[in-house]
Design a protein around this ligand. Structure first.
Ligand code: GLY
Length: 306
């Protein structure tokens, strides 16, 4: 059976001097997930392992790198979906946990649902998740950026992190994690923890993780739309591009998406200036990382097929 994993570190403008950090973080996350798959672990375990790496890296808007909301606090959203059972577990607007994706995993295992705010934190407490003072999740870089953008009246992008994977038993999983945006009112839920919107996994078709403008993505249920576009054997690259077209045509939204199908073929597309991604399939000796689709096309990567 083919193995495959793909991660993203968010769709946004990535300046030339930021590209290497983004690629390095995505490569590290992909390798962490790949190691799980290669030793026979499940797609869910691989996705969780990869997203935890991204949540620890302040380069990315998730976990420790989360944007601060309009009140200057970190609130995080994350979800995991299992393609075999269509089960999904998620947390929204949670504070004071190290790894929202792991809390989402525990929710999925306990009783697939979406828990928010204090209820989510209470669940994390009673289910052995790593807790911390909410202030400890505010990175110095994001604090400075928040102050600068606030003073200039600027909005941050909707970057988010995510992962999709196929394991040796043919199971698919998707995960997404985010810190939202610096203009979030406290309590806002974007697309990221909502099955069908920020992520989707259907064992008969494929799995998808989104990044982008949460309100637009939710209005066209974009992750499910992208997965449905795999029907009939459409290549994930084409399905991802068609999903971006739907978003632009129907709600004029901005986003990026990663997709994997049941054969382990991967695909991605974006209509934000950049998206950081990395992937590895059974056909590859090491993961590859990119910050723009054109970069991959220039390199003529033919390793999409697992
Ligand atoms: N896609 C992340 C958000 O809008 O919250």
């Amino acid at each position: 059976m083919n193995l495959a994993i793909m991660v993203h570190g968010g769709a946004k403008e990535i300046y030339a001097d930021e590209a290497e950090t983004h690629k390095a973080g995505c490569l590290q996350a992909t390798q962490a997930g790949w190691d799980v798959l290669a030793r026979g672990g499940s797609a869910l375990d691989a996705v969780e392992a990869a997203v935890r790496v991204l949540e620890d890296d302040p380069t990315f808007n998730a976990g420790f790198g989360s944007e601060l909301n309009s009140a200057g606090e970190v609130e995080m959203c994350a979800a995991l979906m299992d393609g075999a059972s269509l089960g999904a577990g998620g947390v929204g607007a949670i504070q004071g946990v190290r790894h929202p994706i792991t809390v989402a995993r525990r929710v999925l295992e306990d009783e697939p649902t979406l828990l928010v705010s204090h209820g989510a934190r209470r669940f994390a407490e009673t289910h052995g998740a790593e807790l911390c003072d909410p202030a400890q999740m505010v990175s110095e870089g994001k604090r400075r950026e928040w102050e600068r953008k606030r003073a200039a009246g600027q909005r941050s992008g909707h970057d988010t992190v995510g992962c999709v994977a196929l394991d040796r038993d043919g199971n698919l999983a998707a995960g997404t994690s985010t810190g939202g945006t610096n203009t979030n009112p406290p309590g806002r839920l974007g697309d990221s923890p909502l099955p069908g919107c920020g992520l989707y996994a259907d064992g008969t078709l494929g799995a998808c993780s989104m990044t982008g403008d949460g309100e637009s993505i939710a209005r066209v249920v974009l992750a499910k739309t992208a997965v449905d576009l795999l029907d009939g054997g459409r290549h994930p690259d084409e399905a991802a591009q068609r999903a971006m077209d739907v978003l632009r045509e129907r709600v004029d939204g901005r986003a990026g998406c990663i997709l994997i199908d049941t054969a382990g073929r991967i695909g991605w597309a974006h209509n934000e200036p950049n998206i950081a991604v990395a992937y590895r399939t059974s056909a590859m000796d090491a993961p590859h990382a990119f910050v723009h689709k054109c970069e991959e096309q220039r390199e003529g990567s033919s390793e999409h097929a697992a």
